[in-house]
Design a protein around this ligand. Structure first.
Ligand SMILES: Cc1cc2nc3c(=O)[nH]c(=O)nc-3n(C[C@H](O)[C@H](O)[C@H](O)COP(=O)(O)OP(=O)(O)OC[C@H]3O[C@@H](n4cnc5c(N)ncnc54)[C@H](O)[C@@H]3O)c2cc1C
Length: 354
C-alpha cells in the first residue's frame, strides 16, 4: 500500500499479516506486484529478438572457466559454465521464431540441435550431446523502464523498476547498483519522501539509458540475422585487435559499467562506427590514454579477434576469473582463427583446441 502510511500485507501459515513501515522497497522482479499496486507505469522498447535458455548437464569436455559466444546462420549462441559439468546455454533468434523451441522434449532437442549446427563453435557436438536439466524458456529481448521508479511510500529497484534486455547479462549488476544507490540515500536522509528519492531516480534514469543503448547496439550486432548481418559481425570482430578501434569500448562497457565508459560510447556516431556504417567526415576519434578503457590499448585484455571465414561463423570466447593483484576482474577475450575450407579450426587459448 503506497501513500503517507505505507504497509505490506503478506500471507504465512499463520494467516494474513500486515506490517506498517516507513517505505516499501519493491524488489519483486519483472512482473512486480508492488509496481502495479503502486500504479507505476513501465515504458518499453519493441523487442528486436528473442532470447532462449536451458540448463544442460553432462558436458564434461567444455572448459568450466570459459564463456563463449558464436553466431551462425539465424542463431547466436552463448555458453555460460555453471560448474559440475553443467552449462547454461542460450540462443538469440529473430522475433518470428517464438515457437522454435515449443513442444517440451522435442523443443529441447531442437534447441540442442541449434548448437550441433554451430559448425564454427569448437566442442559444439559435446554441448549438443548434453542432458537437458530444465525447461527451455524463451523471453522477448526488450528493455523496459519506469520514468520515475517511486511514489509516496514506495520505491522500486531491480527488474521491478524496469529490466534490461537479457542479451547482455547486466540485470544483476543493475539491481545491485540500485540497492547501493538507494541505500546510500536512505542512511543519510531523515525523511524518505519522493523528494529525497529523486537523486536515485535520476541516477538510475541516466544509467539505464546508457545500458539500453549498449543492449540495442549489441542486438544489432549479434542478434540480427538479415542480409548483411554476418558481414557486419565479421567486420566488427576483425577490427577488435586494432587498439585504435573505438568499437572495443562496446564490449568493455559490459565489464567496466556505463558510468566508467566514455560519453562517446553512447552516441549515434559510435553506433555507426560499430556497425561499420559510413561515417561522415569529422574529427579522428581514438580510445583515451587514461582511465579504465586505456587498458584496452595494450595487447591485453583483448588478446586477438577474428570473425568468420567463408562460413558465416564467428566466435568470441572469454576466459573468466583472471584477476590482477586481487583487484578488478580482467576478462581476456580470445578469439579464434578459422581455416578457409568451410569448417573453421579454432585456437582459443589452449582450452578449446579441438
Ligand atoms: C533469460 C534471462 C537471462 C538472464 N541472464 C542474466 C545474466 O547472465 N546476468 C545478469 O546479471 N542478469 C541476467 N538476467 C537478468 C537477471 O535475472 C535479473 O535482472 C535479476 O534477477 C533481477 O533481480 P531482481 O532481484 O530485481 O529480481 P528477481 O531476481 O526476479 O527477484 C524477484 C524476487 O521476488 C520474488 N517475488 C515476486 N513477487 C513476489 C510476491 N508477490 N511476494 C513475494 N515474493 C515475490 C520472486 O520470487 C523473486 O525471488 C537474465 C534474465 C533473463 C530473463
Amino acid at each position: 500500500m503506497a501513500g503517507a502510511h505505507p504497509a505490506v500485507a503478506f500471507e504465512t501459515d499463520g494467516g494474513v499479516q500486515q506490517v506498517q513501515c516507513r517505505l516499501v522497497v519493491g524488489a519483486d522482479g519483472r512482473n512486480s506486484t508492488v509496481r502495479s499496486q503502486a500504479g507505476i507505469q513501465l515504458r518499453g522498447a519493441e523487442p528486436t529478438h528473442l532470447f532462449s535458455g536451458m540448463l544442460v548437464g553432462d558436458v564434461s569436455e567444455w572448459p568450466q572457466d570459459t564463456y563463449a559466444t558464436a553466431s551462425e546462420g539465424e542463431v547466436q549462441c552463448q555458453i555460460f559454465p555453471q560448474g559440475e559439468k553443467r552449462v547454461r546455454l542460450y540462443t538469440t533468434t529473430a522475433p518470428d521464431q517464438r515457437r522454435r523451441y515449443d513442444g517440451g522434449p522435442a523443443g529441447r532437442a531442437r534447441f540442442l540441435g541449434d548448437f550441433r549446427g554451430m559448425r564454427c563453435m569448437p566442442l559444439a557436438q559435446c554441448l549438443a550431446d548434453g542432458t537437458p536439466l530444465g525447461p527451455c524458456a524463451t523471453f522477448a529481448g526488450e528493455d523496459t523502464w519506469a520514468d520515475v521508479p517511486f511514489v509516496e511510500g514506495v520505491v522500486l529497484i531491480g527488474d521491478a523498476a524496469g529490466y534490461n534486455d537479457p542479451l547482455i547479462g547486466q540485470g544483476l549488476s543493475l539491481a545491485l547498483r540500485d540497492a547501493r544507490v538507494l541505500s546510500e540515500i536512505l542512511v543519510t536522509t531523515e525523511r524518505w519522501s519522493p523528494e529525497s528519492l529523486w537523486p536515485y531516480g535520476e541516477e538510475r534514469r541516466k544509467r539505464v539509458q546508457r545500458v539500453r543503448f549498449t543492449a540495442a547496439l549489441m542486438a544489432d550486432l549479434y542478434g540480427s540475422f538479415g542480409p548483411g548481418a554476418p558481414a557486419r559481425r565479421r567486420r566488427f570482430l576483425s577490427r577488435l585487435a586494432d587498439p585504435d578501434f573505438r568499437g572495443r569500448a562496446l564490449l568493455a562497457s559490459l565489464a567496466v559499467g556505463p558510468d566508467r565508459s566514455p560519453e562517446w560510447a553512447y552516441t549515434e556516431h559510435f553506433r555507426k562506427e560499430v556497425l561499420g556504417m559510413t561515417l561522415g567526415t569529422g574529427t579522428r576519434l581514438t580510445t583515451p590514454s587514461t582511465g579504465p578503457l586505456a587498458r584496452l590499448r595494450s595487447p591485453r585484455p583483448v588478446t586477438a579477434a577474428f570473425g568468420g571465414g567463408p562460413s558465416e561463423g564467428v566466435v568470441i570466447a572469454l576466459r573468466m576469473g583472471s584477476r590482477q593483484g586481487g583487484g578488478e576482474p580482467r576478462p581476456t577475450w580470445r578469439v579464434v582463427r578459422g581455416s578457409s575450407n568451410g569448417i573453421p579450426r579454432y585456437l582459443v587459448g589452449d582450452r578449446l583446441r579441438p
